[in-house]
Ligand binder design. Structure first.
Ligand SMILES: *Cc1c(COP(=O)(O)O)cnc(C)c1O
Length: 408
């Protein structure tokens, strides 16, 4: 192999696109239009076209995108927002910063996404918004989320930061890209996301002219006409250099996704039958874009799970294979967000997943010899570990991974 295995290979991808990207950056440098240059509006239009959505509002990062969406929806202090506990912190952070009340719901143990039955239980007369997160690259069950939102008159903001390009399939045959279904969708162009720039960036999606106008105004100091500030806004911009880079990467995004899926298919073929772990489950209502390939330690005993995950991670590291735990502590147990409403044990699936998951390298540049080395290593390590550990069935009953051939 002769090169270091990495979780995400940003240098390799840049090197492949170097000429095109360098000349685009140079073009922006020579234009002098670093903010709101033509690349920003061109990118927004091209991205809207690709997403199949009416409006793309670019902004400074994915966290801002969530914040701007909530600001544009004009929620009132004290309003309740339902979010999954098993997600990245950004999703809940903005809720609290805006004086709203985050209400944590549990997730489905197979898809890692919002458990709609638990959402139903968490609804009160103060609930105004649900934020489904399309975690690791596949869509939450949007048909059910939409149904519940309609029933209780709630808004939906989809956090699609990890799922750009994933397609949701409705039961009636229609389909839509992740982020285009709710009142707003949001995404991040953080370098390691599937569509990443070379710094920070983000965007909102909406099909509503009114919401698009309001979010755009919020991102621009609350003004529609310069120096006329109608509402309290903030400053959140995508800069021209990032937009120029994103225009190039957008043209490669389908190819990027194919590469991630090829790597995933290899992992499935090799890891499906390894005792003690299970590969990601693919729902039948969404394609998967594999921002992460997340294994679960598939054993019943809690002590053994933690021990085995640590051991697997350490042994991989010794062989030069990185892995990451996304996410080690669910949000309802974080110091900043814990409350008596959510004691330990209150969201059992999120808690169990935090002890169970391990994400292994997946990116656009990964090679077959690397994949083989990684899967061979996992097989050997698991075999060695499990000699000393009784394997009984997991009481959580993970569904065994199925090869997602129909939706690949
Ligand atoms: C990355 C990410 C964000 C935030 O994006 P930033 O651009 O880093 O602010 C929000 N939600 C999820 C699920 C993410 O993965």
């Amino acid at each position: 192999m002769g090169r270091e295995i990495v979780m995400v290979d940003l240098i390799g991808q840049y090197t492949r696109l170097k000429d095109e990207i360098d000349s685009a950056i140079n073009r922006v440098l020579l234009s002098g239009k670093f903010i709101n240059g033509p690349d920003v509006s061109c990118f927004s239009e091209e991205f809207a076209q690709w997403m199949g959505v009416k409006h793309v509002i670019p902004c400074a990062n994915g966290t801002d995108a969530l914040q701007l969406a909530i600001m544009a929806l004009q929620l009132q202090p004290g309003d309740e927002v339902i979010v999954p506990s098993f997600t990245y912190v950004a999703t809940v952070e903005v809720i609290s910063l805006l004086g709203l009340k985050p209400v944590f719901a549990d997730v489905d143990p197979n898809t890692f996404n919002l458990d709609v039955n638990d959402v139903q239980k968490k609804i009160t007369e103060k609930t105004k918004l649900i934020i489904p997160v399309h975690l690791f690259g596949q869509c939450a069950d949007m048909e059910k989320v939409t149904h519940i939102a309609e029933k209780y008159n709630l808004k939906i903001v989809e956090d699609a930061a990890q799922a750009v390009g994933a397609v949701y399939h409705y039961s009636d045959g229609r389909s839509a890209k992740a982020g285009t279904i709710g009142d707003f969708g949001t995404t991040s162009f953080f370098p390691s996301k599937n569509l990443g720039c070379f710094g920070d960036g983000g965007a909102l999606f909406t099909n509503s002219d009114e919401l698009a106008a309001r979010a755009g105004m919020m991102a621009n100091h609350g003004q529609r006409i310069k120096y006329h500030h109608d509402v309290i806004g903030c400053n959140s911009r995508l800069d021209s250099i990032q937009a120029a880079i994103l225009r190039i990467k957008l043209r490669c995004l389908d190819e990027f996704t194919e590469k991630r899926r090829h790597a995933a298919a290899y992992y499935y073929s090799q890891l499906r039958s390894v005792r003690g772990i299970s590969a990601p489950f693919c729902s039948n209502f969404s394609t998967h874009v594999y921002n992460q390939f997340t294994l679960k330690i598939d054993l019943s005993d809690r002590f053994h799970i933690r021990y085995i995950r640590d051991k697997l991670q350490n042994e991989l590291k010794k062989r030069g294979i990185p892995s990451m735990i996304y996410y080690p502590i669910p949000l309802h147990l974080q110091k900043a967000y814990c409350s008596p409403n959510y004691p330990m044990g209150s969201l059992p699936v999120s808690e169990r997943l935090s002890e169970t998951v391990l994400s292994i390298p997946i990116h656009t540049e990964i090679k077959v010899d690397e994949l083989k080395f990684i899967t061979d290593s996992i097989k050997t390590i698991m075999n060695n570990i499990l000699i000393n550990v009784p394997v009984s069935n997991n009481k959580f009953k993970w569904k065994k991974a199925i090869l997602p051939t129909n939706l690949l």
